[in-house]
Ligand binder design. Structure first.
Ligand code: CAA
Length: 408
């Protein structure tokens, strides 16, 4: 493949590939079976100086971009989707601070995440507010220099493993999404409990938990940015930056499944020849490889649009997530099919790729929400086209239309 990655991203990719092959692939099946957190991988990532690379240099990070983050996530996910998200969710958790924190807040919470000493998680979703994030019910009330938080969060990835949590709560319920504020809550704060662990289909080494807040008091200074009501915009901007990471996870999973499908079909003999030598197999592999490459290029271009501050970045982030996750689901399912009965059992890793891939169509905004974001952007673009296109849509008079519809 013609190399389109800038030098820095190539270097990150190389380093991530080494960690994936030496520290992730050998234990991926075991992690899936036991559901244990991949602490040895976190250590290997720290040693390779890959933790927190997206954090600005002044806060201990490497000032890397979303593109760099994506290439690392892709390489890790190629070996294990669970490890890919265990790493990427630290970006999701720290973007709210990078985007909305004061200087003092960044100095306080970012350096330990940059070094990998502490993990961080993101708390937005609740039982009754998933896609409709603006309707969240967790409350934060300011009194005596503290916010008192009450409520519950759902689907908290890295829950329990993380030491720092960015949590969205309503400080003004009468203002709807404009009354939402982001707060930082540290593990161990009285009134903050890690709840039930979800029993998931895939990404099984990553703990996904409920979080409970009961009369949980944090200092007023834990309100990100010190101004209430900016939480929803902060969450949306965060998701714009993080969704390419989910897309990169999907590309890695698809590539990982394709690697196994190529290997298996070239070795498996049926009817006196390798399965890969059948043209029908080659055509299927060709489609898989082509779709993966298209998804990868879309992820890279979306990531670059964010790194370069392009105005349409939200749309591209949504596009790459939709496209790459749908590709991952098609490719991993096809890989299972190519393995036949072996694909359906745990002796081979392809069924894990398929289970891990499914979540990429769901989390950080279900794909229907991504299509909504894209559709809204297109609606604005259509309005902006104005009279530049010489298309005149004729609207018949209302009476005529009604007559046509009733057939009279
Ligand atoms: N950037 C900045 N601001 C934005 C924005 C963006 N991308 N999108 C919307 N906003 C602003 C709007 O400008 C508007 O501002 P004003 O109130 O000042 O006018 C405000 O936010 C409300 O915007 P909308 O009317 O468009 O909001 P909406 O209620 O229609 O919702 C939505 C939009 C796209 C559906 C949004 O709710 C959404 O993204 N939902 C999915 C949430 C999601 O992805 N959740 C998964 C979280 S991940 C997780 O919790 C699990 C984990 O650990 C991985």
């Amino acid at each position: 493949m013609f190399e389109l990655l800038p030098k820095r991203a190539q270097e990150y990719r190389q380093r991530a590939r080494q960690v994936a092959e030496s520290a992730v692939r050998p234990i991926a099946a075991e992690l899936d079976r036991t559901g244990e957190y991949p602490w040895p991988v976190i250590e290997a990532l720290r040693a390779a100086e890959l933790m927190g690379i997206w954090i600005p240099r002044e806060y201990g990070g490497q000032g890397a971009g979303v593109l760099d983050l994506c290439v690392v996530v892709e390489e890790l996910s190629r070996a294990c989707g669970g490890v890919g998200v265990a790493y990427a969710v630290n970006a999701l958790g720290s973007f709210p601070i990078i985007l909305g924190g004061t200087e003092a807040q960044k100095q306080r919470w970012l350096p330990p995440v940059a070094s990998g000493e502490k993990l961080i998680a993101f708390g937005l979703s609740e039982k009754a507010s998933g896609s409709d994030a603006g309707s969240l019910r967790t409350r934060a009330v300011l009194a005596d220099g503290h916010y008192r938080i009450d409520g519950d969060k759902k689907w908290n990835t890295n829950g329990g493993a993380a030491s720092i949590y960015t949590v969205y709560a309503s400080t003004r319920p009468d203002r709807g999404s404009r009354g939402i504020s982001p707060l930082v809550v540290e593990k161990g704060t009285p009134g903050f409990e890690i709840g039930k662990r979800e029993d998931l289909m895939g990404i099984r080494c990553v703990p996904v938990h409920e979080l409970h807040f009961r009369d949980c008091r944090v200092p007023a200074g834990n309100l990100l940015g010190e101004v209430e009501g900016r939480g929803f915009g902060n969450a949306m901007q965060t998701l714009d930056r993080a969704r390419p990471g989910v897309a990169a996870q999907a590309v890695g999973l698809a590539q990982g499944a394709l690697d196994w499908a190529m290997r298996y079909t070239s070795e498996r003999q049926q009817f006196g020849q390798s399965v890969m030598s059948f043209q029908s197999t080659q055509f299927r592999l060709a489609d898989m490889a082509t779709e993966i490459e298209a998804a990868r290029q879309l992820v890279w271009s979306a990531a670059r649009s964010i790194d370069e501050g392009h105005a349409g970045a939200s749309k591209y982030a949504a596009m790459c997530k939709v496209f790459a996750s749908d590709v991952a689901m098609r490719v991993t399912t096809e890989a299972v099919q190519m393995f036949g009965g072996y694909g359906y059992c745990r002796d081979y890793p392809v069924e894990k790729f398929m289970r891990d891939a499914k979540i990429t169509q769901i989390y950080e905004g279900a794909n229907q929400i991504q299509r909504l974001v894209i559709g809204r952007a297109l609606t604005k673009e259509a309005a902006a086209l104005g009279d530049t296109l010489a298309v005149k849509v004729e609207h018949p008079p209302a009476a005529e239309t009604a007559a046509e519809e009733t057939g009279s």
